[in-house]
Design a protein around this ligand. Structure first.
Ligand code: 6PG
Length: 223
C-alpha cells in the first residue's frame, strides 16, 4: 500500500508489474479480499506482467490468466488498466506488441512504481534465465526467451534488466528450501549474473526489497 500511496503522490497513478509462478499466489489471494482489496487504489492502478508464457490467456499456464482468476476478477480495476501480453501470439508478435503497449502507456517505456519478481531455484527471475546475456537485455525493454524450467511453457517474453532496473521499487518474493542455495549465491556469492540472473537486477537509484521465508533464507549469514 505504501508503494501505491507514494506512486499516487508522484504521478497520480500506480503502475505495477506482477510475476507468475506459485510464490505470489497467496499474495494475490490476500489482495483480492478485505481489508487489502479495499485499501488499493484500483481505479488508478495499471497492471502489467514482468514476463509471460506464450500460451493463450485462458491456458492454465498463463500468468495473466492466473492473476485474473486469483485477483483481477475480484477487484474493481478498470479492464483498460490491465495490460496483458499477447500470450496467444508468436514470440516476434508478442515482443512487438508488448513493446508498443509500454511505449503507448509511457514513451519509451514506463518507470514502474513497483515490480514484483520471483526467483527460480536456478536463480532466474522474470524469464531471465542462466546463460549468456543477449545484447538486447541492455537495449530493449522486452525480449523473447526459450527456456525449459520445471516443465513450464518454454516460449516466453520477459522484461529486461534495462526496463526492470528503472523501477522505483523492486520486490523479490522468494520462499522454499529449494531456493536457499540460489538465494545465497545471488546475495552473497561472487558476481556472476550469467549464472545467477537475479544478480542482473541492480537498480541505480531505487529500492530492492527481498521478502523471503526462513526456509529460503536458511543458508544466509545471520545479520
Ligand atoms: C514465471 C515467473 C518466474 C517465477 C519463478 C519462480 O512466469 O514463472 O515469472 O520468474 O517467478 O520461476 O516460480 P515459483 O514462484 O513457482 O517458484
Amino acid at each position: 500500500m505504501q508503494a501505491a500511496n507514494e506512486a499516487l503522490m508522484r504521478h497520480g497513478r500506480f503502475t505495477i508489474a506482477l510475476s507468475g509462478g506459485g510464490t505470489p499466489q497467496p499474495l494475490y489471494g490476500l489482495l483480492s479480499q478485505s481489508p487489502f482489496r479495499d485499501q488499493m487504489p484500483w481505479d488508478k492502478t495499471h497492471v502489467f506482467w514482468g514476463d509471460e508464457r506464450l500460451v493463450p490467456p485462458d491456458h492454465a499456464e498463463s500468468s495473466y490468466g492466473l492473476t485474473a482468476r486469483l485477483l483481477l476478477d475480484h477487484v474493481p480495476i478498470p479492464p483498460a488498466q490491465v495490460h496483458r501480453a499477447l500470450g496467444e501470439g508468436d514470440a516476434v508478435t508478442a515482443v512487438a506488441d508488448y513493446t508498443a503497449q509500454l511505449a503507448h502507456f509511457s514513451p519509451p517505456w514506463p518507470r514502474f512504481d513497483l515490480i514484483l519478481l520471483g526467483m527460480g531455484h536456478d536463480g532466474h527471475t522474470a524469464s531471465l534465465f542462466p546463460g549468456p546475456m543477449p545484447p538486447q537485455e541492455i537495449t530493449d525493454p522486452v525480449i523473447a526467451v526459450t527456456a525449459n524450467y520445471d516443465g513450464r511453457p518454454a516460449q516466453r517474453i520477459t522484461f529486461t534488466p534495462r526496463l526492470i532496473n528503472e523501477a522505483h521499487q523492486i520486490v523479490f518474493l522468494v520462499t522454499g528450501a529449494n531456493k536457499a542455495q540460489a538465494l545465497h549465491a545471488v546475495l552473497f556469492g561472487a558476481p556472476d549474473p550469467e549464472q545467477w540472473p537475479a544478480q542482473r537486477i541492480q537498480p541505480r537509484d531505487s529500492r530492492v526489497t527481498w521478502l523471503v521465508d526462513t526456509a529460503a533464507a536458511q543458508l544466509l549469514p545471520d545479520r
